[in-house]
Design a protein around this ligand. Structure first.
Ligand code: HEM
Length: 420
């Protein structure tokens, strides 16, 4: 029996190649062509409902309808996420682990992070002053790796910084790749898992003593729902779920610098007012405007009907982050970089979703959104108020096809100087 549906369907056997060819624009292009926020297509040999926009976000993040178990493709688990992370959990197990991760995000711990970021930035700027030019993205990867480990209570040897910082970047640079780059990402994941496992075992065996409330301490001593010490593979992924995405903020740091370079009038506004809200609005606009993760995948929990479409248990669904952040129904002139639009933003958890939507504890919204915003704000403050730099000719364009995108030149800055 064929299924009836009011959702438009893209004809053809399989559209995986179109997804790879069009990248961030695959869903928005069809949304426009079908004049619909929902459409059905086939990718990786599976019938899939694609959805975009505010209503779609509300549906996607409803855990009565969708689950994450068995949703993420293996190539993403073996690079970005790990096979035992919270991303693949549902229900009570998910909530229990997510509560532990969210406990790391207290105001007290975020203030410690703010200070740590400033300390490292001051040290790095001293180093940059001695160089003719720097590549901001690479510097940020190395610096934020140390910031993350310091904040997480992880002891680091000098040689580990050079070895592990770029490997951490491999995890978020490789998921959408094939061949050698994918192989490199998988290898880096194995090495980082060994490193994280070793840190957790040493903590449990009291060979090292990370301070209380740090991520390493909290994660290593976490107990499961039955009160037993959490499974080693699970906590290994939890620890990497802190370090890896903190390092990934390097991409946003590069895009923040990109926005500073391209929007001098907006920078002038920041200088004129120097108020925290203006800085926050600028950062929110960076997160809305620039592409990061294009979309995410889930599976239908139990049969249900929505918009006349029969969703069947285990069907694949994909939700569009970038297209929602640029949706004409939500944002006026989404192609313009306009931080002031956030003066009127209603704060909905479903219409601005650079790091997912919905609820932090009950759902899969990113655990590190507050860290991301604060770290970006501090970097922005340094770019605007604390340092001078020149921008030599370079290719600052970025891809709208291959995720995660970033400025091609990695943002070269010349003659970086601390302002007097
Ligand atoms: C670079 C900036 C970041 C971006 C663009 C980002 C984006 C995302 C996205 C799109 C999701 C998936 C939401 C969903 O499942 O639908 C997610 C989940 C997650 N993120 Fe982030 N993130 C960032 C930074 C961070 C940071 C700094 C941390 C931790 C310190 C973090 C920890 C997590 C965790 C643990 C999850 C899984 C949540 C769950 O499944 O319940 N992220 N993030």
């Amino acid at each position: 029996m064929t299924r009836r549906s009011s959702i438009p369907r893209e004809v053809g056997l399989d559209h995986t190649k179109d997804v790879l060819r069009e990248g961030y624009q695959y869903i928005p292009n069809r949304k426009k062509a079908f004049q619909s926020d929902f459409f059905e297509s086939r990718i990786l040999g599976e019938k899939t409902v694609f959805m975009s926009g505010e209503e779609a976000a509300e549906l996607f993040y409803n855990t009565d309808y969708f689950k994450r178990e068995g949703a993420a493709p293996k190539r993403i688990q073996k690079t970005l996420l790990g096979e035992h992370g919270v991303q693949g959990l549902d229900g009570a197990q998910h909530r229990h682990r997510k509560e532990m991760l969210m406990s790391l995000m207290s105001e007290e711990r975020l203030q410690v992070l703010d200070q740590t970021i400033e300390t490292y930035l001051d040290q790095y700027i001293e180093k940059w002053e001695k160089k003719k030019s720097i590549q901001l993205y690479d510097e940020a990867v190395e610096m934020i790796f140390q910031i993350a480990c310091d904040w997480a209570g992880i002891p680091l040897e000098q040689h580990e910084i050079r070895n592990l910082a770029p490997k951490t970047a491999d995890l978020f640079e490789s998921p959408a790749t094939v061949g050698l780059k994918q192989f490199k990402g998988r290898n880096s994941r194995i090495q980082l898992e060994n490193w994280a496992k070793d840190l957790i075992m040493k903590t449990r065996e009291k060979e090292i003593h990370p301070p209380e409330k740090t991520a390493l301490h909290v994660i290593a001593w976490h107990r499961d729902l039955e009160g037993k010490l959490e499974d080693l593979d699970a906590v290994t992924d939890d620890l990497l779920n802190i370090i890896r995405p903190m390092v990934a903020i390097s991409i946003y740091v590069a895009f923040t610098a990109h926005a500073v370079i391209h929007h001098p009038k907006e920078v002038e506004k920041l200088r004129a007012h120097d108020d925290r809200d203006a800085y926050k609005r600028f950062i929110q606009e960076v997160r809305r405007f620039y592409p990061f993760f294009p979309f995410n995948v889930a599976r239908v929990k139990e049969d249900f009907v929505y918009r006349g479409h029969a969703f069947k248990e285990n069907d694949q669904v994909i939700f569009d982050f970038h297209g929602t952040n640029n949706d004409l129904k939500i944002w006026n002139n989404p192609d313009l970089f306009t931080p002031d639009r956030f003066k009127d933003w209603d704060g909905s958890p479903f219409n601005f979703v650079p790091q997912g939507g919905g609820d932090y504890l009950g759902g899969h919204r990113c655990a590190g959104e507050w860290i991301t915003i604060r770290m970006m704000q501090i970097f922005l403050h340094y770019f605007v108020e604390k340092i001078d730099f020149e921008v030599p000719p370079q290719d600052l364009s970025y891809s709208m096809v291959h995720p995660p995108s970033r400025p091609k030149s990695k943002v070269v800055m010349k003659n970086v100087r601390m302002k007097i």
